[in-house]
Design a protein around this ligand. Structure first.
Ligand SMILES: *Cc1c(COP(=O)(O)O)cnc(C)c1O
Length: 421
């Protein structure tokens, strides 16, 4: 369920018509529903608790939507943060999420990022390779601290979904093998600078079938039991994120309740705490991107292009992953026409969809890209020197800009021309 419904003034986010926000903030613009964010987080956590998972750490994956206001909404409900860069750790801290709930993941953490994480005292640094473990040990020794680490294991299962977001096969760059994990865990336990506290996995994103997750989690359970059997201390099993959401073209994804029931079954009786890193399932359907139609351009041979003021730099998922977004008129219209929906950027890839049946549109109409709250604004860029798209948070009848659109002056001021040019 979400909080985007048609009212007397067209499609609204909670109590605020999108047309009102578009008029006041301009387009393109991302609009998020606080109630939906809160609902998704609560449903996810409560499902786990109902399935018998005691005190789960639900570390929201910051990269899905990293706005500090969004992080604060979730952090205030008890969410932790799964982060993949120093910048994301800083965002989580700025939102008031305590270090004890921050997980630091990522394939290539730089020395200064590790230093920052250790000084901050994050809950767990997820180690992705042996050289990374060695670097963490070195930095921790220099700082005179003991680094809490978890090993990210690549469980070698295919999660389905798009190849660019599958992470759990051994040919992907993520994590260590089970054999390596066991060897490194034992090594780390003998290193005064390291405190191995657990193991982690994350097999991909937009997963719509529970069976690869079940397979991966069962293998992870086996690893935890093996480590415990060797007398090693294991406090936490981190099962990652990846649960899919409905984009209204896909097979229906499993519900959080089905996911939680599977987790409960697979981990029953295992004497460790569980952590999760959901991103998309929390944020995707909590946001839309609103854009205005600039032209309707009809080719002589009949193809109709809906040229809108949003582009691939604002929402890259269709160009990058062939992703589907439901596109709705902000004001309902009768009838139907078939469009290619395209942006103004000078790339053929700047096409949101082809041959989509939509209501008939005219210049000046507003369209809403649904399910754009995750991997939308977070992946936006200023390609073609287009100002970074702003973000708005709605709460009931009120709303606020939570990221401003930069001015051209601000954008140009970042470029420096040396005096020898
Ligand atoms: C991207 C990512 C997540 C979140 O994935 P979703 O599909 O958005 O739930 C969680 N953990 C790690 C390590 C990630 O890289």
């Amino acid at each position: 369920m979400n909080h985007f419904e048609y009212g007397p003034e067209g499609l609204a986010c909670e109590g605020v018509p999108l047309a009102k926000i578009a008029a006041e903030v301009g387009t393109p613009v991302y609009v998020y529903s606080r109630a939906t964010l809160e609902r998704h987080f609560t449903v996810f956590r409560d499902a786990l608790v109902a399935a018998g998972v005691v005190d789960p750490l639900v570390a929201y994956a910051v990269k899905a939507n990293s706005n500090v206001a969004v992080l604060k909404v979730l952090g205030d409900l008890g969410a932790g943060a799964d982060t993949v860069s120093e910048g994301e750790v800083r965002r989580a801290l700025a939102a008031g999420i305590p270090p004890e709930r921050i997980v630091f993941s990522g394939v290539g953490k730089a020395r200064r990022e590790i230093e920052f994480a250790l000084k901050t005292g994050v809950a767990e640094i997820n180690v992705e390779s042996e050289p990374e473990m060695n670097l963490i040990a070195q930095v921790a020794a220099e700082l005179g601290v003991r680094a809490k680490i978890a090993f990210r294991v690549n469980p070698d299962v295919a999660a389905g979904g798009h190849a660019k977001i599958a992470t759990g096969k051994s040919e992907n760059k993520f994590g260590v093998s089970f054999a390596e994990a066991a060897r490194l865990y034992a090594n780390a336990s003998n290193n005064a600078a390291l405190e191995p506290i657990g193991v982690a996995c994350h097999i991909g994103s937009q997963i719509t079938d529970l069976s690869p997750m079940r397979e991966a989690f069962s293998k992870m359970r086996g690893l935890v039991e093996q480590l415990l059997g060797e007398g090693l201390s294991v406090e936490r099993l981190d099962l990652g994120g990846g649960l899919g959401v409905p984009y209204f073209n896909n097979p229906e994804p499993p519900s959080p309740a089905d996911f939680a029931a599977m987790v409960g079954e697979v981990t029953k009786g295992l004497p460790v705490k569980l952590a999760f890193e959901p991103g998309r399932v929390i944020a995707a359907n909590a946001g839309v991107m609103v854009s205005e139609v600039i032209h309707v351009h009809e080719r002589p041979e009949g193809r109709k292009f809906l040229v809108i003021d949003a582009a691939m730099n604002d929402l890259v998922r269709p160009a990058m992953y062939d992703a589907f977004h439901d596109i709705r008129p902000v004001v309902k219209r009768a009838g139907e026409a078939t469009y290619d929906v395209v942006g103004p950027v000078c790339e053929t890839g700047d096409t949101f969809t082809r041959d989509r049946a939509l209501p008939p549109f005219a210049a000046g109409d507003l369209v809403a890209f649904m399910s754009a709250g995750a991997y939308g604004s977070a992946m936006a860029s200023e390609y073609n020197t287009r100002p970074l798209v702003p973000e708005v948070l709605v709460d009931g009848d009120k709303y606020a800009v939570i990221r401003k659109r930069p001015t051209y002056e601000e954008m140009l001021a970042r470029d420096l021309v040396p005096d020898w040019v």
